[in-house]
Design a protein around this ligand. Structure first.
Ligand code: HEM
Length: 306
Protein backbone atom coordinates (compact mmCIF):
# COMPACT_ATOMS: atom_id res chain seq x y z
CA UNK A 1 0.00 0.00 0.00
CA UNK A 2 1.40 3.42 -0.89
CA UNK A 3 1.36 6.10 1.78
CA UNK A 4 -0.52 9.34 1.00
CA UNK A 5 1.67 12.00 -0.64
CA UNK A 6 2.13 15.12 1.43
CA UNK A 7 2.35 18.25 -0.72
CA UNK A 8 5.44 20.34 -0.12
CA UNK A 9 4.51 23.70 1.46
CA UNK A 10 4.60 26.68 -0.91
CA UNK A 11 7.44 29.15 -0.37
CA UNK A 12 6.16 31.91 1.89
CA UNK A 13 5.80 35.46 0.54
CA UNK A 14 8.95 37.59 0.66
CA UNK A 15 7.17 40.53 2.30
CA UNK A 16 4.48 40.47 4.99
CA UNK A 17 3.45 44.16 5.35
CA UNK A 18 0.20 43.16 7.14
CA UNK A 19 2.01 41.11 9.83
CA UNK A 20 1.22 43.58 12.61
CA UNK A 21 -2.49 43.14 11.95
CA UNK A 22 -3.07 46.90 11.83
CA UNK A 23 -4.37 48.81 8.86
CA UNK A 24 -3.19 52.41 8.75
CA UNK A 25 -2.89 54.65 5.69
CA UNK A 26 0.71 55.76 6.13
CA UNK A 27 3.78 56.62 4.10
CA UNK A 28 5.65 53.73 5.70
CA UNK A 29 9.00 54.76 4.21
CA UNK A 30 12.26 53.28 5.46
CA UNK A 31 15.87 54.00 4.46
CA UNK A 32 17.08 52.00 1.44
CA UNK A 33 20.58 50.57 1.18
CA UNK A 34 21.36 51.44 -2.46
CA UNK A 35 23.14 48.11 -2.90
CA UNK A 36 19.64 46.57 -2.56
CA UNK A 37 17.97 48.99 -5.00
CA UNK A 38 17.06 46.32 -7.57
CA UNK A 39 15.77 42.92 -6.43
CA UNK A 40 16.11 40.18 -9.05
CA UNK A 41 14.73 36.76 -8.11
CA UNK A 42 13.91 33.34 -9.56
CA UNK A 43 11.14 34.87 -11.71
CA UNK A 44 13.71 36.97 -13.61
CA UNK A 45 13.51 35.11 -16.93
CA UNK A 46 9.72 34.50 -17.05
CA UNK A 47 8.97 38.09 -16.02
CA UNK A 48 11.37 39.59 -18.57
CA UNK A 49 9.75 37.38 -21.24
CA UNK A 50 6.30 38.50 -20.10
CA UNK A 51 7.42 42.13 -20.38
CA UNK A 52 8.77 41.45 -23.90
CA UNK A 53 5.34 40.15 -24.97
CA UNK A 54 3.52 43.16 -23.51
CA UNK A 55 6.04 45.54 -25.10
CA UNK A 56 5.27 44.02 -28.50
CA UNK A 57 1.51 43.69 -28.17
CA UNK A 58 0.55 46.69 -25.99
CA UNK A 59 3.48 49.08 -26.19
CA UNK A 60 1.32 52.20 -25.98
CA UNK A 61 -0.23 50.99 -22.73
CA UNK A 62 2.96 50.02 -20.89
CA UNK A 63 5.40 52.75 -21.94
CA UNK A 64 4.67 56.46 -21.83
CA UNK A 65 7.04 59.41 -22.09
CA UNK A 66 6.46 63.16 -22.19
CA UNK A 67 8.67 65.51 -24.12
CA UNK A 68 11.53 66.84 -22.05
CA UNK A 69 12.01 63.64 -20.04
CA UNK A 70 14.77 62.20 -22.26
CA UNK A 71 17.75 63.35 -20.16
CA UNK A 72 16.26 61.99 -16.92
CA UNK A 73 15.42 58.72 -18.69
CA UNK A 74 19.05 58.39 -19.77
CA UNK A 75 20.14 59.09 -16.21
CA UNK A 76 17.93 56.23 -14.99
CA UNK A 77 19.37 53.85 -17.59
CA UNK A 78 22.96 54.79 -16.73
CA UNK A 79 22.35 54.25 -13.01
CA UNK A 80 20.63 50.94 -13.67
CA UNK A 81 23.42 49.63 -15.91
CA UNK A 82 26.11 50.64 -13.40
CA UNK A 83 24.14 48.96 -10.60
CA UNK A 84 23.48 45.71 -12.45
CA UNK A 85 27.03 45.37 -13.78
CA UNK A 86 28.39 45.90 -10.29
CA UNK A 87 25.99 43.75 -8.25
CA UNK A 88 24.59 41.27 -10.80
CA UNK A 89 27.23 40.74 -13.50
CA UNK A 90 25.53 37.44 -14.46
CA UNK A 91 22.32 39.32 -15.33
CA UNK A 92 23.73 42.21 -17.39
CA UNK A 93 26.88 42.73 -19.47
CA UNK A 94 27.90 46.06 -20.98
CA UNK A 95 30.64 46.29 -23.64
CA UNK A 96 30.18 50.04 -24.08
CA UNK A 97 28.02 49.71 -27.22
CA UNK A 98 25.73 46.81 -26.48
CA UNK A 99 23.97 45.43 -23.44
CA UNK A 100 23.46 41.68 -23.08
CA UNK A 101 21.09 39.96 -20.67
CA UNK A 102 22.74 36.51 -20.48
CA UNK A 103 19.80 34.58 -18.88
CA UNK A 104 17.44 35.53 -21.77
CA UNK A 105 20.05 36.06 -24.51
CA UNK A 106 18.63 39.52 -25.33
CA UNK A 107 21.09 42.04 -26.82
CA UNK A 108 20.38 45.79 -27.07
CA UNK A 109 22.44 48.45 -28.89
CA UNK A 110 22.64 51.51 -26.63
CA UNK A 111 22.35 53.93 -29.59
CA UNK A 112 18.98 52.50 -30.63
CA UNK A 113 17.45 53.63 -27.31
CA UNK A 114 18.88 57.15 -27.04
CA UNK A 115 15.42 58.73 -26.88
CA UNK A 116 13.63 55.80 -25.20
CA UNK A 117 16.00 54.98 -22.36
CA UNK A 118 13.29 54.20 -19.78
CA UNK A 119 11.78 51.69 -22.20
CA UNK A 120 15.14 49.90 -22.37
CA UNK A 121 15.60 50.12 -18.57
CA UNK A 122 12.28 48.32 -18.11
CA UNK A 123 13.46 45.46 -20.37
CA UNK A 124 16.57 44.74 -18.26
CA UNK A 125 15.03 43.97 -14.85
CA UNK A 126 11.71 42.87 -13.31
CA UNK A 127 11.05 46.33 -11.83
CA UNK A 128 8.74 48.93 -13.35
CA UNK A 129 10.01 52.53 -13.50
CA UNK A 130 8.14 55.85 -13.03
CA UNK A 131 9.91 59.19 -13.39
CA UNK A 132 8.63 62.23 -11.53
CA UNK A 133 9.63 65.82 -12.37
CA UNK A 134 9.42 68.81 -10.04
CA UNK A 135 6.95 71.47 -11.19
CA UNK A 136 5.03 74.40 -9.82
CA UNK A 137 2.06 72.26 -8.78
CA UNK A 138 4.23 69.51 -7.25
CA UNK A 139 5.87 66.46 -8.82
CA UNK A 140 4.31 65.09 -12.00
CA UNK A 141 4.67 61.73 -13.73
CA UNK A 142 6.69 62.37 -16.90
CA UNK A 143 7.83 58.95 -18.12
CA UNK A 144 7.28 55.32 -17.24
CA UNK A 145 7.83 51.74 -18.20
CA UNK A 146 4.94 50.04 -16.43
CA UNK A 147 4.29 46.44 -17.48
CA UNK A 148 2.79 45.30 -14.18
CA UNK A 149 0.27 47.96 -13.07
CA UNK A 150 -1.97 47.12 -10.13
CA UNK A 151 -5.32 48.27 -11.53
CA UNK A 152 -4.34 51.59 -13.10
CA UNK A 153 -3.71 52.91 -16.55
CA UNK A 154 -0.50 54.75 -17.30
CA UNK A 155 -2.13 56.93 -19.98
CA UNK A 156 -4.59 58.31 -17.39
CA UNK A 157 -1.82 59.31 -14.97
CA UNK A 158 0.92 60.60 -17.29
CA UNK A 159 1.56 64.33 -16.76
CA UNK A 160 -0.49 64.37 -13.54
CA UNK A 161 0.64 65.45 -10.05
CA UNK A 162 0.67 63.05 -7.10
CA UNK A 163 -2.67 64.28 -5.71
CA UNK A 164 -4.50 63.56 -8.98
CA UNK A 165 -2.65 60.27 -9.53
CA UNK A 166 -3.86 59.13 -6.10
CA UNK A 167 -7.35 60.57 -6.39
CA UNK A 168 -9.06 57.12 -6.29
CA UNK A 169 -7.18 56.10 -3.10
CA UNK A 170 -9.53 56.66 -0.13
CA UNK A 171 -8.00 58.98 2.46
CA UNK A 172 -4.94 59.90 0.37
CA UNK A 173 -6.00 63.52 -0.13
CA UNK A 174 -6.70 64.05 3.60
CA UNK A 175 -3.91 62.06 5.17
CA UNK A 176 -1.04 61.55 2.75
CA UNK A 177 -1.03 64.19 0.01
CA UNK A 178 0.71 66.87 2.05
CA UNK A 179 3.26 64.65 3.84
CA UNK A 180 4.12 63.01 0.49
CA UNK A 181 4.60 66.39 -1.25
CA UNK A 182 6.77 67.60 1.62
CA UNK A 183 8.76 64.38 1.53
CA UNK A 184 9.36 64.74 -2.23
CA UNK A 185 10.59 68.31 -1.79
CA UNK A 186 13.16 67.23 0.80
CA UNK A 187 14.24 63.84 -0.58
CA UNK A 188 18.06 63.89 -0.72
CA UNK A 189 20.15 62.12 -3.36
CA UNK A 190 21.89 60.19 -0.59
CA UNK A 191 18.65 59.31 1.26
CA UNK A 192 16.76 56.76 -0.90
CA UNK A 193 13.79 55.01 0.70
CA UNK A 194 11.47 52.05 0.18
CA UNK A 195 8.03 50.88 1.23
CA UNK A 196 5.69 47.94 0.59
CA UNK A 197 2.06 48.14 -0.52
CA UNK A 198 -0.35 45.20 -0.35
CA UNK A 199 -3.56 44.31 -2.14
CA UNK A 200 -5.64 41.19 -2.70
CA UNK A 201 -6.75 39.75 -5.99
CA UNK A 202 -8.60 36.80 -7.47
CA UNK A 203 -6.32 36.90 -10.52
CA UNK A 204 -2.52 36.37 -10.40
CA UNK A 205 -1.87 38.17 -13.73
CA UNK A 206 0.91 40.74 -13.37
CA UNK A 207 -0.44 43.13 -16.05
CA UNK A 208 -3.67 44.47 -14.49
CA UNK A 209 -4.64 47.85 -15.95
CA UNK A 210 -8.35 47.63 -15.05
CA UNK A 211 -9.73 48.99 -11.78
CA UNK A 212 -12.47 46.67 -10.51
CA UNK A 213 -15.08 47.33 -7.89
CA UNK A 214 -17.35 44.29 -8.06
CA UNK A 215 -20.56 44.47 -6.10
CA UNK A 216 -21.73 40.86 -6.09
CA UNK A 217 -20.36 38.11 -3.88
CA UNK A 218 -18.24 35.67 -5.87
CA UNK A 219 -19.91 32.36 -4.98
CA UNK A 220 -17.12 30.41 -6.67
CA UNK A 221 -14.63 31.37 -3.95
CA UNK A 222 -15.17 29.37 -0.77
CA UNK A 223 -13.29 28.85 2.49
CA UNK A 224 -12.19 25.50 1.05
CA UNK A 225 -10.61 26.89 -2.12
CA UNK A 226 -9.67 30.48 -1.11
CA UNK A 227 -6.02 29.50 -0.57
CA UNK A 228 -5.59 28.73 -4.27
CA UNK A 229 -8.18 31.11 -5.76
CA UNK A 230 -7.03 34.30 -4.03
CA UNK A 231 -3.66 36.03 -4.21
CA UNK A 232 -1.77 38.51 -2.10
CA UNK A 233 -0.02 41.10 -4.24
CA UNK A 234 2.80 43.12 -2.71
CA UNK A 235 4.65 45.96 -4.37
CA UNK A 236 8.16 46.74 -3.13
CA UNK A 237 8.54 50.39 -4.07
CA UNK A 238 11.72 52.49 -3.96
CA UNK A 239 12.14 56.24 -4.28
CA UNK A 240 15.40 58.06 -5.01
CA UNK A 241 16.42 61.45 -6.31
CA UNK A 242 18.58 61.38 -9.44
CA UNK A 243 21.82 63.28 -8.85
CA UNK A 244 22.11 65.11 -12.22
CA UNK A 245 18.56 66.06 -13.23
CA UNK A 246 17.14 66.23 -9.69
CA UNK A 247 14.05 64.26 -10.81
CA UNK A 248 12.66 61.47 -8.61
CA UNK A 249 12.61 57.83 -9.68
CA UNK A 250 9.93 55.48 -8.33
CA UNK A 251 10.49 51.75 -8.88
CA UNK A 252 7.94 49.00 -8.35
CA UNK A 253 8.76 45.30 -7.95
CA UNK A 254 5.62 43.17 -7.85
CA UNK A 255 5.21 39.92 -5.93
CA UNK A 256 2.12 37.73 -6.31
CA UNK A 257 1.59 34.72 -4.02
CA UNK A 258 -1.42 32.46 -3.48
CA UNK A 259 -2.98 32.99 -0.06
CA UNK A 260 -2.12 29.33 0.63
CA UNK A 261 1.53 30.42 0.82
CA UNK A 262 0.71 31.74 4.31
CA UNK A 263 0.11 28.16 5.51
CA UNK A 264 3.52 28.05 7.20
CA UNK A 265 3.02 31.51 8.75
CA UNK A 266 -0.05 31.42 11.01
CA UNK A 267 1.09 34.76 12.49
CA UNK A 268 0.94 36.40 9.03
CA UNK A 269 -2.43 34.76 8.27
CA UNK A 270 -3.76 36.22 11.55
CA UNK A 271 -2.22 39.61 10.71
CA UNK A 272 -3.81 39.72 7.26
CA UNK A 273 -7.22 38.69 8.65
CA UNK A 274 -6.99 41.41 11.29
CA UNK A 275 -5.89 44.07 8.77
CA UNK A 276 -8.77 43.13 6.43
CA UNK A 277 -11.24 43.37 9.33
CA UNK A 278 -9.92 46.86 10.14
CA UNK A 279 -10.26 48.27 6.60
CA UNK A 280 -12.53 51.30 6.37
CA UNK A 281 -15.49 50.67 4.05
CA UNK A 282 -14.11 52.90 1.28
CA UNK A 283 -10.76 51.12 1.31
CA UNK A 284 -12.46 47.70 1.27
CA UNK A 285 -14.34 48.82 -1.84
CA UNK A 286 -11.17 50.32 -3.39
CA UNK A 287 -9.26 47.09 -2.78
CA UNK A 288 -12.24 45.10 -4.17
CA UNK A 289 -12.28 42.63 -1.28
CA UNK A 290 -16.03 42.49 -0.60
CA UNK A 291 -16.87 39.80 -3.22
CA UNK A 292 -14.78 37.18 -1.40
CA UNK A 293 -14.17 38.67 2.04
CA UNK A 294 -16.07 36.04 4.02
CA UNK A 295 -14.40 33.10 2.29
CA UNK A 296 -11.00 34.77 2.72
CA UNK A 297 -11.48 35.42 6.44
CA UNK A 298 -12.77 31.89 7.08
CA UNK A 299 -9.71 30.49 5.32
CA UNK A 300 -7.24 32.79 7.11
CA UNK A 301 -8.87 32.12 10.51
CA UNK A 302 -8.38 28.41 9.80
CA UNK A 303 -4.66 28.91 9.09
CA UNK A 304 -4.21 31.19 12.08
CA UNK A 305 -5.73 28.55 14.38
CA UNK A 306 -3.35 25.80 13.17
C1 HEM B 1 5.70 58.29 -0.63
C2 HEM B 1 5.22 57.95 -1.78
C3 HEM B 1 3.91 57.24 -2.01
C4 HEM B 1 2.96 56.81 -1.13
C5 HEM B 1 2.93 56.95 0.38
C6 HEM B 1 1.89 56.19 -1.93
C7 HEM B 1 0.76 55.61 -1.41
C8 HEM B 1 -0.19 54.93 -2.13
C9 HEM B 1 -1.28 54.17 -1.57
C10 HEM B 1 -1.57 54.00 -0.09
C11 HEM B 1 -1.98 53.64 -2.59
C12 HEM B 1 -3.19 52.71 -2.47
C13 HEM B 1 -2.70 51.29 -2.67
C14 HEM B 1 -3.69 50.18 -2.33
O1 HEM B 1 -4.39 50.24 -1.32
O2 HEM B 1 -3.73 49.17 -3.06
C15 HEM B 1 -1.35 54.09 -3.81
C16 HEM B 1 -1.80 53.79 -5.07
C17 HEM B 1 -1.21 54.29 -6.19
N1 HEM B 1 -0.01 54.97 -6.28
FE1 HEM B 1 1.10 55.65 -4.79
N2 HEM B 1 2.23 56.27 -3.25
C18 HEM B 1 3.45 56.90 -3.33
C19 HEM B 1 4.15 57.19 -4.48
C20 HEM B 1 3.66 57.03 -5.74
C21 HEM B 1 4.32 57.48 -6.93
C22 HEM B 1 5.67 58.20 -7.02
C23 HEM B 1 3.51 57.15 -7.95
C24 HEM B 1 3.85 57.46 -9.38
C25 HEM B 1 3.38 56.88 -10.41
C26 HEM B 1 2.35 56.46 -7.42
C27 HEM B 1 1.29 55.96 -8.13
C28 HEM B 1 0.21 55.29 -7.60
C29 HEM B 1 -0.90 54.79 -8.39
C30 HEM B 1 -1.05 54.96 -9.89
C31 HEM B 1 -1.78 54.17 -7.53
C32 HEM B 1 -3.12 53.54 -7.90
C33 HEM B 1 -4.14 54.66 -7.96
C34 HEM B 1 -5.45 54.20 -8.58
O3 HEM B 1 -6.07 53.28 -8.00
O4 HEM B 1 -5.84 54.79 -9.60
N3 HEM B 1 2.49 56.40 -6.06
N4 HEM B 1 -0.25 54.85 -3.50
Amino acid sequence: MTSPTKLAPLPQPRYLPYLSGDFRLAMGLVALDLGLWIEPDEQFVPELREKDGLLVERHGEVVGCRQGSEAAQREVLDLLIAHMVRYYPDLLRDDGQSLTVPPTGAVYRRDDWHDAAIDLAGRLVQEDFCLMAPGEGGYTLEAASLCFPSRWRLAEKLGQPMSIIHDPVPGFGDKLARPVDRFFDHLGVDRPVWRVNWSLNDDPTLFQPVRRQDLDTDEAVTAANAGDRLFIRCERQTLRRLPSTGWILFTIKTYVDPIASLATRPDAAAGLASAVRQLPEGTRRYKNIAPYQQALLDYLDGLAAD
